[in-house]
Design a protein around this ligand. Structure first.
Ligand code: FES
Ligand code: FES
Length: 215
């Protein structure tokens, strides 16, 4: 609440201020305050809290947090999986997306009790044996990031899209990435990265088929 009030106050100041840099500083401050507020559930004292068992990145974790704690808070504060970002806190920016099953999902507004028994995948689990996931590789190859704050969420939604639509049209890519805001404006490069990833993944699938036939 306190962080939210501060952010609202700063937004008012930013609106009255015509300088671009003042606005940018204001937004950056809000993000820092909101990130700090995520830790508040660890400051509630010694009262017993419920235990939830989560399945994250192929591992089981027992987490003691109050019901209603966001999945994002658990990922970042309890499991130290900080690759998933906090942006707006109300499903409006796409920074916090993770895979819940096969679905790209905003983790800032889903309470921990709603994901018990579900498979959760974060950006940290995508690379295997030192090899980037093809979508990560394509983002690097297309230079589809600037500050990188939106990138993990964009990659998660791209993976979910390619799992259900292996060769998406540009319109389908735009629709899948519509929930994601990028302050740096790298949207064009992100679209090219998803198209590149689709080609990479279809080549990998073709090579796997050849290997199976040759065996
Ligand atoms: S932080 Fe979750 S959508 Fe913005
Ligand atoms: S790369 Fe900076 S917000 Fe998207």
């Amino acid at each position: 609440m306190f962080a939210g009030a501060l952010c609202a106050a700063r937004s008012d100041i930013a609106r009255r201020d015509s300088g671009q840099s003042r606005t940018a500083v204001s937004r950056a401050s809000c993000i820092v305050e909101r990130e700090a507020s995520l830790t508040s559930h660890t400051l509630l004292g010694d009262a017993p809290v419920p235990r939830f068992t989560l399945f994250v990145n192929s591992e089981t974790h027992d987490i003691d947090v109050p019901a209603g704690t966001s999945l994002l808070g658990v990922l970042r504060d309890d499991l130290s999986l900080t690759g998933t970002r906090f942006g707006c806190g109300h499903s409006g920016c796409g920074a916090c997306y993770v895979l819940v099953g096969d679905a790209a999902t905003p983790s800032c507004t889903i309470p921990v009790e709603d994901v018990v028994g579900k498979e959760i995948t974060t950006i940290e689990a995508l690379a295997r044996e030192g090899e980037l996931h093809p979508v990560q590789r394509a983002f690097v190859d297309e230079d589809a990031m600037q500050c990188g704050y939106c990138t993990t969420g964009m990659i998660i939604s791209s993976i979910a899209l390619l799992a259900r639509t292996p060769s998406p049209s540009e319109d389908e890519i735009r629709a899948a990435l519509a929930p994601h805001l990028c302050r740096c404006g790298v949207y064009g490069r992100v679209i090219r990265a998803v198209q590149r990833a689709a080609r990479l993944m279809s080549n990998d699938a073709a090579q796997d088929t050849v290997r199976l036939v040759v065996r």
